[in-house]
Structure formats: structure tokens, C-alpha cells
Design a protein around this ligand. Structure first.
Ligand code: 13P
Ligand code: SF4
Length: 309
């Protein structure tokens, strides 16, 4: 008797028949990362999407990441396993509010974090991610007034690193990173005195002040693997544990619970499941659709970011 295919086999077959690529962020569950053609941070995944040559991108991350992939692939189909895989940062900057702000402050260059809606991207001059934010702001001539949006913690970090005093910052935040309390990092350090601290720049300033390293999800993974230290306190979403342990199986990684959920998981990222990945590839839904007008306006700031080396 022939047994029914496993869900892994179904996804592998669908990827082949659909000429699809499966891109996964580090925050996805291990079984999704295992089936992915590429795992990375948001900048690496945007680059993967830009260079893709097949028919379908199954984006296992959150909606704004898939919208970016769609803008870079107007002729291709882009699906996300769960339509409600959103982001609190995206929600913290509505396009109407940005348009109103721009009308009052037309002299400002708008630098938008990739964690924004495609409509906000269309209103922006250049994008950035956590990996290249300092570099992007430094690429803007000194003296130009900058509005950085929408992450207040990343914005303050960039402001400190670049020394720009003519930089305004939108008051948005990530529900996962912004609620990591510094006192819990201190407690973790007391419990693990040998551990080094690696933090994502979406964390609050007092948490970043305790960090030995600050960087994007992929940068954190690479840095922890490259250090001689055997233990790390990792201040980001706990999905990165899988990439960390894959690259550095003999090291120990500790995650700190935040005050939002008393955990370190992103509720949006965790909406995606293997079943939903299979269904998205089978039905080509939920599908990312962007109007041609927004698509062409959002493309320029994305391409400007990708051109900065
Ligand atoms: P990275 O660009 O570091 O992968 O971060 C994306 C994100 O959403 C962090 O919360
Ligand atoms: Fe958005 Fe925060 Fe989730 Fe990243 S961890 S996708 S910034 S809500």
C-alpha cells in the first residue's frame, strides 16, 4: 500500500511544480526554516527576492516583507502563509498621518524602516533595515533634516551612532523588543556571568547600553558564532535560536522574556505554520497585491536602499 505523502513531501513537490522559492525569516518555526531555500534577515531576504527568477515566492515572514518582495517582482506571484501576519511597527505609522506630517515638514528626507506598509514606503525617500540603518542615514548629506520612521528605539540608536542632531523620530515600537525590561537582562547576567549580550536595535536604549553587540537578526547569529565565548544572552525573538544552534551547536543561548507576553515570541511571525505554507503554495493564496501606482512609487526607495553598499 502506498502511504500518503507527508506535509514536507507535499511542500517539496509544490515548490517544484509551482517553480516556487520559499524564503524564511529567522523568526519562523524550525520546520519552516528547514524547508526554506533561504533563511535570513529582512535585508538578505529582500535581496533574495530581487534576484529570484522563478514564478512564485512563498514568503514565510510577515506581510511587509512579502510586500517588498512583490514590489521587486511585479510580474511574479507572492504568497504569505497567513494574511494576518502583520507587525506592530507597520501599525504604528499610518500613511495618512505621514502624508499630513510631510505637508507640514516638506524639507525633511524620509528614511523608512522596512517594517512599514507599502503605502508608507511609497511616501519615503529611502528605506533601511536594522542591518544597514546607520549606513543609510550616513549616505544622506550632513545637514539634511531627516525623519526616521517608525521605530523609536532603532531611530534613537541610529541617531547616537551617526551623531545627527537634525533627525526626528516617529514614536512607533515593536511589541516584542520594546517591552524587554533592562532589569531582566541584569538578572540574566547575574545567572550567567560568563555570557555576552547580543541585542537587536529595536530594544530600548537601556537594554542596548548593556549589549556587547547590536545588530540585525543575521548579524546577531553570525557574531555569536564567531565569538570564543560559550554563552550568550540574546535580546531578540527566540526563533533565532534555531539558526544560532545550527551554526554554533556547542554554545548556549539564553532568551529573556518581555513584558508584553512574558515570552520572546512575535505573535505575527508565529501565525505561519507548515499547513498554511502548503495551502498557500497549493491555492496561491493569500496573495500579495499592490496597485501599479503604489508599486512604482515604492520601488524607488527600496532600490535606493539596495544600491547602498
Ligand atoms: P531583521 O531585519 O533584523 O531581520 O529584523 C526584522 C524584524 O522584524 C525584527 O523584529
Ligand atoms: Fe514586527 Fe516586532 Fe514582530 Fe519584528 S518582532 S515582525 S518588528 S512585531
Amino acid at each position: 500500500m502506498v502511504s500518503a505523502p507527508t506535509i514536507t513531501e507535499e511542500i517539496t513537490d509544490l515548490k517544484r511544480s509551482r517553480k516556487a522559492v520559499l524564503l524564511a525569516h529567522h523568526y519562523q518555526d524550525p520546520e519552516i526554516q528547514e524547508l526554506a531555500d533561504a533563511v535570513g534577515d529582512s535585508l538578505e531576504l529582500a535581496r533574495q527576492a530581487r534576484d529570484f527568477q522563478g514564478d512564485v515566492i512563498a514568503f514565510c515572514g510577515v506581510w511587509f516583507m512579502a510586500e517588498t518582495a512583490k514590489v521587486l517582482n511585479p510580474e511574479r506571484t507572492v504568497v504569505v502563509p497567513d494574511r494576518d501576519a502583520g507587525c506592530s511597527l507597520v501599525d504604528s505609522c499610518r500613511v495618512e498621518d505621514l502624508q499630513a506630517w510631510k505637508r507640514q515638514n516638506p524639507e525633511y528626507t524620509i528614511v523608512s524602516y522596512i517594517n512599514t506598509s507599502v503605502e508608507v514606503k511609497a511616501e519615503s525617500d529611502i528605506l533601511c533595515t536594522s542591518r544597514n540603518a546607520v549606513k543609510i542615514v550616513n549616505s544622506i548629506p550632513a545637514g539634511t533634516p531627516v525623519m526616521f520612521l517608525p521605530d523609536i528605539n532603532l531611530g534613537n540608536y541610529v541617531k547616537r551612532q551617526t551623531g545627527r542632531d537634525n533627525m526626528k523620530i516617529w514614536p512607533g515600537a515593536c511589541i516584542v523588543h520594546a517591552t524587554f525590561p533592562a532589569r531582566r537582562v541584569s538578572q540574566a547576567r547575574m545567572q550567567h556571568p560568563q555570557a555576552l549580550v547580543a541585542a537587536h536595535p529595536e530594544c530600548p536604549g537601556d537594554v542596548l547600553a548593556m549589549a556587547d553587540f547590536i545588530g540585525s537578526t543575521s548579524a546577531i547569529v553570525d557574531w555569536c558564532a564567531a565569538q570564543d565565548a560559550p554563552e550568550f544572552i540574546v535580546m531578540t525573538e527566540s526563533g533565532v535560536r534555531y539558526s544560532l544552534e545550527k551554526l554554533a551547536p556547542h554554545k548556549k543561548f539564553y532568551f529573556v522574556a518581555n513584558e508584553q507576553c512574558n515570552c520572546s515570541e512575535c505573535p505575527y511571525m508565529k501565525r505561519n505554520t507548515l499547513e498554511k505554507v502548503r495551502d498557500a503554495l497549493r491555492n496561491l493564496e493569500p496573495r500579495v497585491e499592490v496597485t501599479p501606482e503604489i508599486m512604482s512609487r515604492a520601488r524607488l526607495p527600496i532600490e535606493r536602499m539596495l544600491a547602498v553598499q
